[in-house]
Write a new protein. Sequence first.
Length: 461
Amino acid sequence: MLAHRNLPVGCAALVGLVSLLLLPLAAGAAAGAAAVSPPATSPLPPPIALATKSVPLLVRPEPATEVLRAAATNSTDPSPFQARLTEAAKAKLELDPRGAEKIFVALLATNAPAAIHRSAMLELALLAEEARQFAKAQQILAQFLRRFPDDPAGPEVLMRQGLAYRELGANVMALSKFYAVMSTALSLKIEDLKHYQRVVLRAQTEIAETYFLQGKLEEAADFFKRLLQLEDPDLNKQHVRFKLIHALSNLSRHTDVATQARTFIERHPQAGEIPEVRFLLAAALKKLGRTREAMQEVMTLLESQQGRAASQPENWIYWQQRTGNDIANQLYKEGDHLNALQIYQNLAGLSEAPEWQLPVLYQIGLVYERLLQPQLAAEAYGKITSRAKDFGTNTPAPSLVAVMEMARWRKDHLEWQNKAELERLQLKFPPVLIRSTNSDSSDSSDSSNSSNSSNSSTNSP
């Protein structure tokens, strides 16, 4: 147990923040620390940077801009080492990473002060990261920790190591580094408590993210829930809750998905993830057998005002199409043709692109056939075949050619079916018999009229 009875108030707060999440899962991380896991291959959504709002991963003591500023204002440091560091920083700002790297490497080979070596090593690690040379970045950061074991930047360097390991697919090693961030932050002399709290918070979110990428969804969901219990303004709860919803969905915990999704929509109504969250909510409700509620969510998404989707129109259209298509197809397979038709008709208006509209019209035609409305079905198929002229001299995609051919075949089949039905009715009720019956009736009427006329003539005076 972490003891913090005699620590200052600020330190105790930091320990409490760590202990909330560190202890329940530390044993699990230690058990797998000896092995390096392969890259995650489970079909999960792509990771989203969900850590903390504007939290730097590595606060460089002398970043390029600060070096230039110091060189411009501090005339008491004319050392050639500082001048070379300033030159390297300038090269980096001018997008000359190779030139900057050469200077940083040259500085490490000199007898420059430790502060110069410290800045050069951190800058080299960052250059390697920016070039996505994560193995090289990892080596530089490891050397930094060996040379400066008590450096205040230690927790952030460990964070960078964890991220590099994760990029390399070494998720267990990444987890060990993220846990080390929290334990190391407690052992340092704390001057900027708020900063270290933010670093620890970042480590906690990265632990949850790593479990998620490994496919360890139970652990990820548990960690995300613990994070949401924290009342920290730096925590980006929007992204944390979004990832929690995905984890719960992959675990088929549909009731929890519905609860968290509705909370997300209520608390973050303008979030860019809203359409995807509505998709997951509608899918969960459908699997729970709550079809009416699922339909409401689908229709809400399909009828969303264009103004709300203006910032990310492609994202909104994608999730509108996917949500409506998935739910409508499920309803069609289950025989709920009226609700399926309602969704398909709304889907047809989302885009006039033939790649989207023609398959939707084909589904509308199939639904009308199931509803015994062959004329309306034929009209839907006719709309598809009439679009062939829109392609002009361009050759449509094979998938569209197949849809048009199927629509033409079904339209012809419906016309043949209608003609056959008329012929069947004619055989059952022959027109000749009908005309003969009408003729006999007419003759009988004429005979009766003639008889009446004769009688009238006989009786006349």
